[in-house]
Design a protein around this ligand. Structure first.
Ligand code: BG6
Length: 367
């Protein structure tokens, strides 16, 4: 049932190209000019009335929601807040009937997320669920459901469900943008063309996993490390850090690259591994200067950057992993893959139970 892979996690990492294709299937017009999510019951008039969006989720799904915020704000120009579900309910969030609440849950059974959904509905908001399980509690109780067609995910550490949630956000952002008229046709066309390329691009990343295995094995000797990035790279850094902690039990921290110097730089000492995400064109120079700050303190830096920029980055870091060229908003769907593989190989090197890490459950039905 592991289809020749040693672990479900590795199998699921390799299923991402298919998960991306299946999640896009039937949702993009054949001419490649628009996204129309016909399964949603929300009317255009309702979409035009949305004044703000709250994205609520737990764990890895929360990290997908952090990317979702950037996607919806940049494509549909609606203000978005992303919250962890266990905090959301208790901070008396301002939920109005013109708030669209998006809950994200692989299993659709997470108690904290379900409670947040109920709270949102009680306050008169519409709830859209992004979930991987069609008949789940979250799917049944939401007003609308956008299914991620990632297929069953067995490993506790989420991989293909997370990345399919990103695809769902791209489609949702483009759907909202179509109704609201917030994007030029040319921009939409380019985004859709780039979306269609993602599955093959993930395949090409997967062929380079040997390099990551080596890096992971040297990381496994360290007690603590850092992930840094700006913008959506910071969101992916948080997911990379969680993945590593979940299955390798190595402590790590994700930091907004520009914030490091305001507090935590003292923890960077000789040999500390730093994984820097450098995929946002407009922020290259800024992140490179943050990399120089950590290098000056002895950090060992692995940069994940875009093909075409790797030679420039190579001058400032110890190792470079390049991801195929895509649009800045879409890089998370590629850059997360090397981070998943790093965690996998680190866990393996340390002899841990990759698919069933200690103290964690796949789905938590208590609050
Ligand atoms: C956790 C799992 O407790 O629940 C995480 O261990 C997961 O891996 C989180 O991300 C949220 O789960 P779901 O099913 O709501 O996406």
């Amino acid at each position: 049932e592991k289809a020749g892979f040693d672990h479900f996690m590795l199998k699921e990492i390799h299923e991402q190209p298919k998960a991306y294709r299946d999640t896009m299937l039937g949702r993009i017009a054949d001419d490649g000019l628009s996204v129309n999510l016909k399964e949603l019951s929300m009317l255009d008039d309702y979409i035009r009335s949305i004044s703000k969006v709250h994205i609520v989720a737990c764990g890895t799904a929360y990290h997908a929601g952090l990317v979702g915020k950037s996607v919806i704000e940049s494509l549909a120009r609606i203000p978005v807040e992303t919250d962890v579900a266990s905090e959301y309910r208790y901070r008396s969030p301002i939920i109005t009937p013109d708030t669209l609440v998006i809950v994200v849950s692989q299993s659709g059974e997470t108690a904290d997320t379900l409670a947040a959904l109920r709270e949102a509905r009680r306050n008169g908001a519409k709830v859209l669920a992004i979930t991987n399980v069609v008949g789940s509690s979250v799917a049944r109780e939401a007003d609308d459901v956008l299914v991620t067609w990632a297929g069953p995910e067995i490993a506790v550490a989420s991989t293909k469900a997370y990345s399919s949630q990103l695809i769902a956000f791209y489609l949702l952002g483009l759907n909202l943008a179509r109704v609201l008229g917030t994007q030029e046709q040319q921009t939409v066309k380019e985004l859709i063309a780039a979306l269609h390329q993602l599955p093959e691009q993930v395949e090409s990343i997967l062929t380079q996993s040997a390099v990551l295995k080596q890096v992971a094995e040297s990381m496994a000797n360290h007690r603590s490390l850092f992930f840094i990035g700006r913008g959506v790279d910071y969101a992916v850094a948080q997911e990379g850090s969680l993945k590593l902690k979940e299955i390798s039990y190595i402590h790590s921290e994700a930091y907004a690259a520009g914030e490091l110097k305001h507090g935590t730089l003292a923890l960077i000492e000789d040999g500390v591994p730093v994984i820097a995400l450098v995929t946002q064109e407009g922020l290259y120079e800024k992140t490179l200067s943050n990399i120089k700050e950590v290098k000056a303190r002895g950090a060992h830096v692995l940069a994940v950057t875009n093909a075409g920029f790797e030679h420039e980055v190579a001058q400032s870091v110890d190792e470079v992993f390049s991801i195929p060229k895509t649009l800045p908003l879409l890089t998370p769907a590629l850059s997360v893959v090397p981070l998943q593989l790093l965690s996998y190989y680190a866990s393996l090197a340390l002899g841990h139970d990759v698919d069933k890490p200690r103290n964690l459950a796949k789905s938590v039905t208590v609050e």
